[in-house]
Structure formats: C-alpha cells, structure tokens
Design a protein around this ligand. Structure first.
Ligand SMILES: NC(=O)c1ccc[n+]([C@@H]2O[C@H](COP(=O)([O-])OP(=O)(O)OC[C@H]3O[C@@H](n4cnc5c(N)ncnc54)[C@H](OP(=O)(O)O)[C@@H]3O)[C@@H](O)[C@H]2O)c1
Length: 332
C-alpha cells in the first residue's frame, strides 16, 4: 500500500489541513533505468504555500489531484539501474508519498552526515542564508545587519554568518523563547520580539546608528518599518515574504518607497538555485562553522505520515523551532 497526501483544494486564504486529502494506492513498479524509493524524511519550506497558487512563480504551480510536491529524502528499496543500489539515500523535489519511482538522474546523498543536519544548516536553507547574506547583502565588518525570521532555518544561519563576519547582528523573531535562543545560543547582539514589542521603537533602541543590511524573510509591514531605519547606501537581501504568502501574495508594496531613493537603497531579490556555482564554497564554509560550533542550529522533527499537512502549517504560525522536518522512518 502506498500512502499519499494529495493536493486537493486550492486555498482561499490561509492554507489548512483540508487543502490536502489522504489516499492509498498501489505501490508503483519501477521500469528499466528506474528504482523504487521509500520515504524517510520530508522537509518543509514556506515557499510551498506559493506553489499552491494557480500562477507560476519561480516554480510551476503544484498540480491538483497529485501528491503534494516537496523536498524529501527517500531510500532505494528496489533498483533496475546500476546507478542506484538498494539502501542508497536519494533527495530532491519529491512528493508527499510513501513510495516513489526515481530515475538515475536523482541526487544520491553521500553517506555520513545525519539527515537533519544535511537538510538543515548544510541544506538549502543554509545555502540560501550564505548566498543571500554574503553575495546579495554584502555586509562589511562593523556594519549592522538585521535579520527577520531570525530564529528560523534560513534566518538563524544568516544572522550568525553576519556575526562571524564581524558585523553587529540583530534578529527579529516571534516570542520570548525564540529571542532568548537568539541571544544565548546564536550569540546575536540583540533580539526583537515582534509579537510582543513595537519593532520600530525597538529598532531605534538597539540599532541607534541604523541598519546597513536587512536580510528580509518576512516582507509586508515589517519591511516597511525596517526601511525607515535603513542607512544611506543600505542593502536589502529580499529572501522571502512569509507574512504575505497566506494573503494570495499580491499585496501592494511598502508605502515608504521614497526611502529607496532618498537613502540610495538596493532591494535585491534572489533565489538560491540561481547561484549553484557558489555551492561548493558555501558548503565548505558552512560545514566548518557547524563543526566548530560557530553556527548553532535547531531542527524541529515531527513524526508520522498522518501529520504531514499539519507539520507544513507549523511554518505559518511560528510553531517550528528551526528547520521544519518530518520523519516517517529512519533509513535502514
Ligand atoms: N530565496 C530563496 O531562495 C529562499 C530559499 C529558502 C527560503 N526562502 C524564504 O526564507 C524565509 C524563511 O524560510 P525557512 O524555510 O527558513 O522557514 P523558517 O524561518 O524556519 O520558518 C518560518 C518562520 O516564519 C515566521 N513567520 C511566519 N509567519 C510570519 C508572519 N506573518 N510574520 C513574521 N514572521 C512570520 C515564523 O517565525 P516566528 O515565530 O519568528 O514568527 C516561522 O517560524 C521564507 O520567507 C522563505 O520563503 C527563500
């Protein structure tokens, strides 16, 4: 039996569990040059909410009536190709399905790194943080770097790279627990609890000389507030806009756009997979910083196939502490 979560109903507002439907089907048969792989871990990204819309972003829309598309790690259980052996771990954009058929072009995961680390700080979100902060934000030692979504998978790595590079690193996150983690574990210079504090007032307090680089994971009203605190020549690395994803993503921009002219700001969006040439250098640095304890990280591993949709929703209410994963089974 092959368990699946199907993308069933397009959300009209916040995504909810009812947008997905549980189904059981036959286990697929791999053909020549293919292999059958069984789900071990799923990884969840806020951008998956944008794939539920019926327009093309940088990804095509997730097809209705099919298993929801998403990143995961699967283990080969039967192979008809010499490129893949039973027991190999494979990863990439897979689906919310217990069994899938893969071909010999699939990415084979090198053995050694624990899956939560490989999908966390050394995975796509860590690489996004590295490229977004260093190549797009271009911070200089001594500058003030502000990160929103700072306790999350991407933000926590970006904020700590800023510290490693000699910047004053300030993070914005929701709730006292996450802010405590930012100060005590991630060793940032200051943290702002946007759920209980006024972000503008706190920015004036903890960034009295303004913000040089803003690593923006949130967009919306928070971007507008931060723009009022940017310094002349400041850079905004526009990584994501999670505060808008549940609103159909067609919100108007900040009302204070004139700040961009007045302060000669650069707002630059980026998508990690346009920068694959940077992956070897980024992986080497991130691997070293994680091994040396310079980058603290949290992985939030939920369990159980039945909990896949509800785990995805955790990203939007901030229930996740760090990289959101779900384990169905450990590899054998
Ligand atoms: N450009 C790229 O290539 C790329 C690649 C990966 C990710 N991203 C973007 O990076 C951002 C972070 O993704 P992630 O995978 O690292 O997720 P994450 O930060 O681990 O989890 C999402 C976090 O967003 C915060 N959040 C949710 N709703 C919010 C709201 N309305 N206002 C403010 N904060 C809110 C929550 O933290 P709090 O508890 O602090 O509210 C939640 O924990 C997303 O915008 C994502 O789309 C971009």
């Amino acid at each position: 039996m092959n368990r699946q979560w199907i993308y069933a109903v397009r959300p009209d507002g916040p995504v909810c569990v009812d947008n997905f439907e549980y189904r059981e089907t036959e286990i697929p048969e791999p053909g020549d040059g293919q292999a059958l792989a069984r789900l071990c871990y799923l990884s969840f990204e806020p951008a998956m909410r944008t794939w539920l819309e019926d327009f093309i972003t940088y990804m095509p829309p997730a097809p209705l009536g099919q298993p929801m598309v998403g990143p995961g790690v699967f283990q080969v259980v039967e192979s008809n190709t010499p490129a893949l052996s039973e027991g190999d771990l494979v990863s990439g954009m897979m689906g919310w399905s217990d069994y899938i058929v893969v071909d010999d072009q699939v990415r084979v995961v090198p053995p050694g790194t624990p899956i939560p680390v490989m999908l966390g700080p050394l995975g796509g979100t860590g690489l996004t943080a590295y490229i977004g902060l260093l190549d797009i934000g271009r911070p200089q030692p001594g500058e003030t770097v502000l990160t929103s979504g700072a306790a999350g998978a991407t933000g926590s790595v970006a904020a700590q790279i800023a510290r490693i590079k000699g910047c004053r690193s300030v993070g914005i996150a929701g709730g006292a627990d996450k802010c405590r983690w930012l100060l005590e574990e991630a060793r940032l210079d200051a943290a702002i609890d946007y759920k209980n504090e006024d972000v503008g007032d706190r920015l004036a307090e903890v960034c009295p000389d303004g913000v040089d680089v803003y690593f923006d994971n949130v967009g919306g009203d928070m971007l507008e507030t931060v723009m009022g605190h940017m310094n002349m020549g400041g850079r905004v690395a526009v990584c994501g806009a999670i505060s808008t994803y549940n609103q159909g993503m067609r919100r108007p921009g900040p009302s204070n756009m004139f700040e961009i002219i007045e302060k000669r700001l650069t707002l630059q969006g980026f998508v990690m997979f346009d920068h694959m040439d940077r992956v070897p250098a980024a992986s080497a640095d991130l691997g070293q910083w994680v091994a040396e304890g310079e980058i603290a990280f949290q992985t939030d591993v939920q369990e159980g196939f039945e909990n896949i949709p509800s785990t995805f929703l955790r990203l939007f209410n901030g229930a996740n502490h760090g990289k959101q994963l779900l384990k169905v089974r450990d590899p054998e």
